[in-house]
Design a binder for this molecule. Structure first.
Ligand SMILES: NC(=O)c1ccc[n+]([C@@H]2O[C@H](COP(=O)([O-])OP(=O)(O)OC[C@H]3O[C@@H](n4cnc5c(N)ncnc54)[C@H](OP(=O)(O)O)[C@@H]3O)[C@@H](O)[C@H]2O)c1
Length: 262
């Protein structure tokens, strides 16, 4: 039988021990949680964000757990030279790059007629252009290795638009389009791509996006948002699949949340 000739068998979870990972937006929230979990699974982890003190704090915590193969990279993903240097530093230190978690990003809400153009530019440069830079420089070593994993943190906002959320959605629709195209381009090169679409997650996201505090409280108490570890577990689920298995997309929602703001 043809299937027997292929000698298919279930090989169990892929080990993350010794794999080298870059996590962008790791100074808080989902990125910090993914970085911690990767380190605990034995991966070598470079944590990238702009706030160095937060990265240092994370590294100190990991050291206390006797996890020493971790590196802080203070960098701004809007800047090509920062991202290029980050990848260079990882290759200098560990000699390879196996996992990219492209997570850095932020939210913005405004009616289109009242858009703050500077904020919009910042949003696009972070959520879309920053992702493009992360992939441009991060994929090079993976292509040479003919092996790698890319996890891209998109959003439920890439699937659903709400009034006032058009610009954030525009960036996340873009992020998901990039993830889909990347999978088409790299699936035969040993590089797996997973896009994660979380609903509401309890992180600094809402404050950074400038949502009124009362609204954050009311929304959180009605939907009971995800913990960042919930999303991190989803990311690790994809990364730990055996080599021949890819999870192209994962949507993860609070059980009570049926729509983006409801
Ligand atoms: N929380 C939610 O409800 C939710 C839902 C769906 C999707 N998401 C997505 O999840 C991702 C992570 O967000 P989060 O919820 O964990 O929010 P968060 O706690 O605010 O984390 C955002 C991270 O992105 C980093 N970042 C922002 N701009 C950056 C830049 N220019 N260069 C480097 N790092 C930058 C921040 O670090 P620095 O400020 O130190 O640079 C921070 O580490 C984002 O892409 C967001 O769109 C969040």
């Amino acid at each position: 039988m043809i299937l027997d000739e292929l000698e298919l068998s279930w090989k169990g979870k892929e080990s993350l021990a010794g794999k080298v990972a870059l996590v962008t937006g790791a100074s808080s929230g989902i990125g910090a949680s993914i970085a911690r979990k990767l380190a605990k699974r034995g991966a070598y982890v470079a944590v990238l964000a702009r706030r160095q003190e937060r990265l240092d704090e994370l590294i100190r915590d990991l050291h206390q757990e006797e996890l020493y193969e971790v590196m802080a990279i203070p960098a701004d993903i809007q800047k090509a030279e920062d991202v290029q240097q980050a990848v260079h530093a990882i290759l200098e230190h560990w000699g390879r790059l196996d996992i990219i978690v492209a997570n850095a990003g932020f939210g913005y809400r405004s009616p289109l007629a009242e858009v703050d153009l500077e904020r919009w530019e910042e949003l696009y440069k972070t959520n879309v252009h920053g992702l493009v830079l992360t992939l441009k420089y991060g994929l090079q070593p993976m292509r040479e290795q003919a092996k790698g994993d890319v996890v891209i943190v998109s959003s439920i906002a890439a699937k659903e638009v709400v009034a006032g959320g058009g610009l954030y959605s525009a960036t996340k629709y873009g992020v998901s389009a990039i993830a889909s195209a990347l999978r088409l381009e790299t699936s035969t090169q040993g590089i797996r791509v997973t896009a994660i679409h979380p609903g509401a997650v309890a992180t600094e996201f809402s404050q950074v996006a400038g949502y009124p505090e009362q609204e954050i409280r009311a929304f959180a108490s009605s939907v009971l948002p995800l913990h960042p570890d919930d999303v991190a577990e989803a990311a690790l689920y994809a990364l730990e699949q055996p080599e021949h298995v890819n999870i192209p997309e994962l949507t993860i929602m609070p059980s009570r949340q049926v729509q983006r703001f409801k």
